[in-house]
Structure formats: structure tokens, C-alpha cells
Design a protein around this ligand. Structure first.
Ligand SMILES: NC(=O)c1ccc[n+]([C@@H]2O[C@H](COP(=O)([O-])OP(=O)(O)OC[C@H]3O[C@@H](n4cnc5c(N)ncnc54)[C@H](O)[C@@H]3O)[C@@H](O)[C@H]2O)c1
Length: 259
């Protein structure tokens, strides 16, 4: 895909299912990738080697702590040379009936999904702004893994849905403020993906699994791979005029159904 070869990509939650699928797509298109995640170093490095030893590195990063995010970007810049695409993908979920949501669970989900996206996008933007600008070409792109529930309430999803709704507004603010400086921001919003967070819930709760596979008019969940190409598209030349938008990859989950 045009505009991806030799670019530098930083992915938080890069060792998770969607993060790895996205990393594979960028690597296949000729990018270099840094996976930023919470795995112990040995495990993270082994995963990076498995993906593509030459072009992938792992850095430990807790997106809820600014010092950790700063350290992770410093490591990434050493490996990549130049940063082009920042992907705020780290995520956590806790589903509880609203009246039972604990303050701790609320804070944890908001901290990872919203504060983590803020810290990653802000630190990433500061680095992207240092890229020299050639004509009207982009200095870089900041992408977010949103969710179809950023616009649609999901039962017992107070913290998660609120965090993704907040992340959507954050992306729009960034897009509006940084467009004149050559930085695009956009969201890929998956529906129900049989991977990562959703797979873990489905595998322990069959009722949830049945509900999840009936949510989309396509009557199945997606794979992580089916979501990953949209990140590549938005970061490529074909995505150059897209900023502030959400690309829904939800199998139609947000459509009103009449059956
Ligand atoms: N699986 C789905 O159905 C689905 C649907 C819509 C959106 N999403 C979003 O996709 C993203 C990836 O989720 P996934 O399904 O691949 O799950 P996953 O659990 O496989 O990946 C999430 C990754 O985030 C990392 N992480 C968690 N807290 C972190 C922190 N504080 N700092 C750094 N990394 C941290 C985890 O270690 C993990 O590797 C999330 O933002 C999630 O909300 C997932």
C-alpha cells in the first residue's frame, strides 16, 4: 500500500490480538513496528522476534503512566529513527450492571482506554510535530482503536462505552487542532471481534457468545485480521484526506434492525 514502506509505527497494546494483527499488516507492507505493551521484556521480545525479528521491537509501556509512555516513545524512536504512525490500541473492559459498577472498575477502564489514549496521542503528537514537512504531505497519523459502542450503548458497559465515547471526541479534537500542522487523527471502530477482550468473555460465557454473534446483521463476529487492514488504509496515501472520522468495521452492528 502506498506510503507505508519504511515508515515507523508505534502500537500500544501491540501484543494483544488486534494489536498483533495490525502489526502484521504494517510489517507486510514494509513498515517497521514497535509493540508497546505490559508483557515482561523477555516475552515481549520473543513475540517481536516471532513477528519479524529485523523490523519489530518490543518496549514495555503502561499507557496509564506518563513516565512509562515517555520511556516507551524514547525507545521506539531509537529503533525506528522516524515515527510516522501512532496507534492507541491498548484497551481494557469490565462489564457490570450500572448499579453495581465499582469505582475501581470505572477508574481502571477509563484510565487505560481514555487517559491511556490521551497520553499516547499527546506524546506521539509532540514527536510527529518534529518531522519536517514536505509540501502538503502529512507529518504523521494518530489512529485509535475505538468501538461500535462509542455511539451505541451496550448493556452493562457503562465504563467501556463511556471510555470509547470519550476517546472518539478526543480523536476529533486532535484532528481539528493538528490538521493545520500536518497530523491526521482517525478511529477504526470494530464491532464484535472474536479475539482479545471479546473472545475471553465469549469463551467463559456462552450466553454472551450467542448474543455477540447475533449483534451484527452479518450474523457473525469478525476476526482481528478483518479489522487490521483499515488501520493500514488510514495510514496510507489513500487515507491522506481522512481526519476526525471513524471507520466502522462492525458488520452493520450499529444499524437498526427490523427483523
Ligand atoms: N475484541 C473486540 O471485540 C474489540 C471490539 C472493539 C474494540 N476493541 C478494542 O481493541 C483494542 C485491542 O483489544 P483486543 O480485543 O485485541 O484485546 P487484547 O486483550 O488482546 O489486547 C489488549 C492489549 O492491551 C494491553 N494493555 C492493557 N492495559 C494496558 C496498559 N495499561 N498499558 C499498555 N497496554 C495495556 C494488554 O496487555 C493487551 O495486550 C482495545 O482498545 C479494545 O477496546 C476490541
Amino acid at each position: 500500500m502506498n506510503g507505508i514502506t519504511n515508515t515507523g509505527v508505534f502500537i500500544t497494546g501491540g501484543c494483544g490480538d488486534i494489536g498483533q494483527a495490525v502489526a502484521r499488516r504494517f510489517l507486510a507492507a514494509g513498515a517497521r513496528v514497535v509493540l508497546a505493551d505490559m508483557l515482561p521484556m523477555a516475552q515481549g521480545r520473543a513475540l517481536a522476534r516471532k513477528l519479524d525479528a529485523r523490523n519489530t521491537a518490543y518496549t514495555h509501556c503502561d499507557v496509564t503512566r506518563s513516565s512509562s509512555v515517555d520511556r516507551a516513545f524514547a525507545t521506539a524512536i531509537k529503533f525506528l529513527g522516524r515515527l510516522d504512525t501512532v496507534i492507541c490500541n491498548a484497551g481494557a473492559v469490565e462489564n457490570q450492571p450500572f448499579v453495581e459498577v465499582t469505582e475501581a472498575a470505572w477508574k481502571r477502564v477509563l484510565e487505560v482506554n481514555l487517559t491511556g489514549s490521551f497520553l499516547t496521542a499527546q506524546r506521539g503528537a509532540r514527536l510527529l510535530l518534529k518531522n519536517p514537512r514536505r509540501g502538503r504531505a502529512r507529518r504523521g497519523t494518530i489512529l485509535f482503536t475505538g468501538s461500535w459502542v462509542q455511539d451505541m450503548p451496550w448493556p452493562q458497559g457503562a465504563g467501556y462505552c463511556a471510555s470509547k465515547g470519550g476517546q472518539q471526541m478526543l480523536a476529533k479534537i486532535i484532528a481539528q487542532e493538528l490538521a493545520p500542522h500536518g497530523i491526521n487523527a482517525a478511529i477504526v471502530a470494530p464491532g464484535m471481534v472474536y479475539a482479545g477482550l471479546t473472545k475471553r468473555i465469549c469463551d467463559r460465557d456462552k450466553r454472551f457468545a450467542r448474543q455477540a454473534s447475533r449483534v451484527a446483521p452479518l450474523l457473525r463476529m469478525s476476526t482481528a485480521e478483518e479489522v487490521a487492514g483499515s488501520f493500514l488504509f488510514l495510514a496510507s496515501e489513500d487515507g491522506a484526506y481522512i481526519t476526525g472520522s471513524t471507520l466502522l468495521v462492525d458488520g452493520g452492528a450499529t444499524l437498526v434492525r427490523r427483523d
